[in-house]
Design a protein around this ligand. Structure first.
Ligand code: MG
Length: 170
């Protein structure tokens, strides 16, 4: 294993342990450890984990912290199939509430309601987080996969041409 691979594995292990709850209530500890790790690497002139990568890992931590918090407020069905069904319906139902809000604003002349939109988008996010968990997915994995896909598709930014000629992928 190369030094870089080892460093990445160590860092991934830290993230994994945190995700498993070993550092429950320890987000601050985790962040300070991450900082210390990167400083040590940089001080050693190895620069195995760039600041950009650290920022990405921090963002992933925030997403996964949100997901764990969301799950604490969930009453999840024991039966996995039933749980996935309810959560999938929840995503659709809350997305419908978002759509209804936009419809009323644009189509019916209701005033813009940012507070309500914030709340409804939050409801969508909650169900997305819980459904991802029901498939064994961390919210950060979902976001990272989507980011990578869109970067491949629109690496130079969105364009109609790129949209028309794109190769569909999951
Ligand atoms: Mg709602």
């Amino acid at each position: 294993m190369s030094a870089e691979a080892l460093a990445r594995a160590l860092f991934a292990g830290t993230l994994g342990a945190r995700r498993l709850g070993s550092y429950e209530d320890g987000a601050g500890f985790y962040r300070s450890e991450a900082d210390r790790f990167c400083r040590a690497v940089e001080d050693a002139g190895l620069a195995l984990v760039t600041r950009k990568e650290l920022d990405a890992l921090r963002a992933a931590g925030l997403l996964d912290d949100y997901q764990r918090h969301a799950l604490r407020t969930a009453a999840l069905a024991e039966d996995l199939g039933f749980r996935r069904t309810i959560l999938g319906l929840g995503v659709a139902g809350e997305a419908g509430e978002v759509a209804d809000l936009v419809k009323k604003e644009v189509g019916h002349g209701h005033p813009e309601d940012r507070d309500r939109m914030r709340a409804e988008l939050g409801d969508v996010l909650w169900y997305v987080a819980a459904l991802a968990d029901a498939y064994g997915l961390a919210l950060s994995e979902v976001a990272a996969h989507n980011t990578a896909k869109l970067t491949r598709r629109y690496g130079a930014g969105f364009s109609s041409e790129a949209s028309i000629t794109r190769v569909d992928e999951q």
